[in-house]
Ligand binder design. Structure first.
Ligand SMILES: Cc1cc2nc3c(=O)[nH]c(=O)nc-3n(C[C@H](O)[C@H](O)[C@H](O)COP(=O)(O)OP(=O)(O)OC[C@H]3O[C@@H](n4cnc5c(N)ncnc54)[C@H](O)[C@@H]3O)c2cc1C
Length: 458
């Protein structure tokens, strides 16, 4: 029996292990991870021999050391305004303190020299307010995809000899032992521990649901965010991205009073495909390396939808819309804003005549055949609102890629220690439904590790 088992080696699991070692180096800690070690995480899509997802198991993009964040843009947003509701459990001050702590660790493991941006004292806040827009408060450390990888390599190097890692080990079942502690089954193997931290992220959402069902742990449905990714010349947003890197801006639509928000801004970045359980959606990246920078900036515009009665499976709603876009476009659809406004599809010729060179080879089409009217109306309204603070956003040649969907895990019922109704069984990170970002997931890992370090005396 080991002291602590951590299920999942994403940011939540990594920072739990890191902090446990720091607080109580004598504890035995085992990390069980369904995916591969970092250096073996290779997606076979090369654009030549393999052009689309071939459904590898485990998926190298979502699973393995570093979790879903391993090849991400590495934007660590230090804020309670978005990225999760960790503050509801641990308090606003504590949440921010832990996010800053995580930042220090990232900086000291390869992130030194990367930029930290902040909304504090920016004039943009006033300009947004004057145009029915709200700028959310945050500091953001932008590691970039390349440095994010280096930080993960360094963390692994530090942890590997002191924490036991088992890769390609998908935990199938968790049992509560009558004498205390937990038994975990992975294929033919079983492992037992005194305390258990579950940190299985988005990719473990279905599995997490089954664990909650089996152990009778209550859950609540969460929202789904649906929208498009906007791509335009980097100059148009340069005054925002140079100062803030990422402006998180929210707009309340006049027509339906829905909230539309910008998400995941990538200055001089690229638009990419994302595969969630075989459904192709769109996302974006950017790099610190000047050689990899492009002429374009991209960001998502998303509308949140939450269903309750009688239908409450928000994620299935998002999946169905994404499937529809895949059916019509064979993957992601791209449309010029001008074509959308004129009620016509984009064609390859119209895209090529435009002034914005797409960074993703998507199928020219018509997003109005995919997105529900209410969502599309909100997105169009917001593009015109953004045009007031970043003139040129509502240009005919602005590209819209669809669909972008952000799925959230159902919320697991947890106490203020992020502990389930079973003492010593914790659920953290995106798998808990409490967080949906790198910094919140990592902070939740540190928080639970400190609690375990206190609890496991003797
Ligand atoms: C393309 C992309 C870009 C992103 N960019 C950003 C960004 O810039 N900033 C930001 O804040 N967030 C970003 N995110 C989101 C961010 O990556 C997640 O919020 C974060 O990784 C959540 O951490 P986690 O530890 O909770 O879960 P994950 O990172 O998902 O890790 C969970 C791990 O658990 C493992 N696992 C699952 N089930 C089991 C099981 N049954 N047994 C064993 N192991 C299991 C998985 O293999 C995985 O490695 C991005 C996500 C993606 C996909």
């Amino acid at each position: 029996m080991v002291d602590v088992i951590i299920v999942g080696a994403g940011p939540g699991g990594i920072f739990s292990a890191y902090e446990l070692l720091r607080q109580r180096p004598e504890l035995s800690v085992l990390v069980l991870e369904a995916g591969n070690p970092l250096e073996k995480r290779k997606c076979p899509i090369d654009g030549v021999n393999v052009k689309t997802c071939i459904g590898c198991k485990p998926c190298s993009i979502m699973n393995g050391f570093g979790g879903a964040g391993a090849f991400s843009d590495g934007k660590y947003n230090i804020t309670n305004d978005f990225g999760g509701s960790l503050y509801e459990y641990i308090g606003r001050e504590k949440a921010l303190e832990l996010m800053h702590y995580v930042d220090q660790i990232n900086v000291s493991h390869g992130g030194e020299g990367t930029a930290m941006y902040s909304t504090a004292g920016t004039k943009l806040k006033t300009v947004c307010m004057q145009n029915r827009l709200q700028l959310l408060e945050a500091s953001v450390r932008h590691l970039g995809t390349d440095i994010n990888y280096v930080v993960l390599e360094n963390l692994y190097r530090e942890l590997k000899d002191r924490v036991q890692f088992r890769f390609r080990t998908h935990v199938d079942r968790i049992e509560v032992l009558p004498e205390g502690g937990y038994r975990l089954t992975a294929g033919e193997e079983t492992f037992t521990c005194r305390e258990c931290v579950i940190s299985v992220g988005r990719s473990g959402s279905k599995w997490m649901e089954s664990v909650c069902e089996e152990l009778d742990i209550p859950t609540r449905s969460n929202r789904v965010d649906i929208g498009v990714r906007v791509e335009l010349p980097a100059e148009i947003f340069r005054h925002i991205t140079d100062e803030l890197y990422e402006g998180k801006i929210v707009y309340r639509t006049q027509k339906y009073e829905d909230l539309v928000r910008t998400f995941c801004m990538n200055p001089s970045g690229i638009v990419v495909n994302e595969n969630t359980n075989g459904i192709i959606t769109v996302n974006g990246h950017s790099f610190e390396d000047p050689a990899k920078k492009t002429q374009n900036t991209n960001f998502a515009l998303l509308v949140a939808k939450h269903f309750s009665i009688p239908f409450k499976d928000s994620n299935s709603y998002g999946e169905s819309i994404a499937r529809l876009s895949n059916m019509l476009g064979g993957g992601v659809i791209v449309q010029r804003f001008g074509d959308l406004e004129r009620g016509r599809r984009s064609t390859q010729a119209r895209i090529e005549e435009g002034t914005v060179r797409p960074t993703l080879a998507a199928t020219p089409g018509d997003l109005s055949l995919v997105l529900p009217k209410r969502i599309l109306d909100g997105i169009i309204e917001m593009i015109y609102a953004l045009d007031k603070i970043a003139p040129g956003t509502a240009n005919d040649d602005t590209l819209l890629y669809g669909v972008e969907v952000k799925f959230y895990n159902m919320e697991v019922e947890l106490n203020d220690h992020l502990e389930t109704r079973y003492p010593g069984l914790y659920v953290i990170g995106d798998g808990s439904g409490v967080t949906h970002s790198l910094s919140h997931a990592s902070a939740s890992g540190v928080y639970v590790a400190r609690r375990i370090a206190e609890q496991l005396q003797g």
